[in-house]
Design a protein around this ligand. Structure first.
Ligand SMILES: [Fe+2]
Length: 287
C-alpha cells in the first residue's frame, strides 16, 4: 500500500504495526507546511518513520528535528570527534563504538541492547528520537521497533486488569545496554509513570514499561510485580509487533517514544558504527 500526498511524498508501510518509509523527500531542502503536516501525521500513524538516502549536515539534522518540537538537550558532549568532523554541534549526540586512545568517542558503543523507551526514567521523557547513520557495520546493529499500541491491544486480559491504573518505576544507568551490566554510569534520577500510557496526540494507549529500565511497580511487592512485568515484556517483544530495521548509510529514522520501544542487535566489535542522535523534548508528564 502506498499513500501519496499532493507533494512527491510517498508513504510505504514496513510492517503490520510499526514503521513506514517516506520516499521522495530531500530533507536538506525547505519543506512546505502541507508536506510537514503529512510527515508529522505519518509519524503519528506509523510510530517510526524512515527517510532513506539523506545527505545531512549537522545543521540539517537540527533543522529537521525542530520541525517536530523543541530539540532535546544533550547531556554528554564528546571528547573526541570522528574523522571528517571537527566539531559536534550542541544537542547532537554521537552513538559510536569508534575508539580514540582506547576510549569510545560516542555513547552506547558495543553490542546488543535490550528493549527500552528513551528517557523513560525522566519526569518528562523525550517524545521522539532521531538517528542518522553515517557508518554502519557489514552485519548486525539492526534496530528493532515494537508497537506498544498493538501489544497493549492484545495483552492477556488478566494481566492487563492487574496492571491497569498502576505505575511502574524506571531507572537507567547511562551507557548500559543490558540491565545490570555494570558498564553504565550512575543515573541521576528515576521516575514512575503509568504502566499503560495514553498518547496525548492519538489518545491511544500503549505499553509503557520495558526490560532495560523498568524496575518495579508502585505499591506492589516485587515477587508479585516481577512476574507480571516479565509477562508484559515477553508479550511486547513478540515478532508480530516488531519491525527490524537494517540500516543503510544515509538513513534518518524518527521514532515515537510514547508508544514504541526499541532494541539493538549485536554487531562485530571490530567494525565501525557511527550515528548522530537528536531528540524531541516532551511536553507533558505521561498519563
Ligand atoms: Fe534508545
Amino acid at each position: 500500500m502506498v499513500a501519496t500526498t499532493g507533494t512527491k511524498l510517498e508513504i510505504v508501510p514496513l510492517s503490520a504495526h510499526v514503521g513506514a518509509e517516506l520516499r521522495g523527500i530531500d530533507l536538506r531542502e525547505p519543506q512546505d507546511a502541507a508536506t510537514l503536516a503529512a510527515i508529522y501525521q505519518a509519524w503519528l500513524d506509523h510510530l517510526v518513520i524512515v527517510f532513506p538516502d539523506q545527505k545531512l549536515e549537522q545543521e540539517d539534522l537540527l533543522k529537521v528535528t525542530s520541525y517536530f518540537g523543541e530539540i532535546g538537550a544533550l547531556r554528554r558532549p564528546p571528547k573526541f570527534f570522528p574523522p571528517g568532523f571537527n566539531r559536534i554541534l550542541p544537542n547532537i549526540m554521537l552513538i559510536s563504538n569508534i575508539r580514540e586512545n582506547g576510549e569510545p568517542i560516542g555513547a552506547l558503543p558495543d553490542g546488543e541492547m535490550m528493549f527500552h523507551h528513551d528517557m523513560i526514567h525522566a519526569e518528562i521523557p523525550h517524545n521522539g528520537t532521531f538517528l542518522y547513520s553515517v557508518e554502519i557495520p557489514d552485519t548486525g546493529g539492526d534496530t528493532l521497533f515494537a508497537s506498544g499500541y498493538a501489544a497493549y491491544d492484545t495483552l492477556d486480559r488478566a494481566i492487563r486488569d492487574k496492571l491497569e491504573g498502576r505505575r511502574a518505576f524506571h531507572h537507567y544507568n547511562y551507557g548500559s545496554t543490558k540491565k545490570g551490566d555494570g558498564h553504565g554510569v550512575e543515573a541521576f534520577g528515576q521516575a514512575s509513570h503509568p504502566v499503560f500510557r495514553t498518547h496525548e496526540e492519538t489518545q491511544r494507549k500503549a505499553i509503557y514499561v520495558n526490560r532495560l529500565m523498568s524496575v518495579g511497580i508502585e505499591n506492589m511487592p516485587d515477587d508479585e510485580a516481577q512476574p507480571l512485568l516479565d509477562a508484559v515484556f515477553d508479550h511486547a517483544e513478540k515478532e508480530e509487533f516488531v519491525y527490524a530495521h537494517k540500516w543503510r548509510v544515509g538513513d534518518l529514522l524518527l521514532w515515537d517514544n510514547r508508544c514504541s520501544s526499541h532494541a539493538r542487535t549485536d554487531f562485530p566489535a571490530d567494525q565501525r558504527r557511527l550515528m548522530l542522535r537528536t531528540t524531541i523534548q516532551g511536553t507533558v508528564k505521561p498519563f
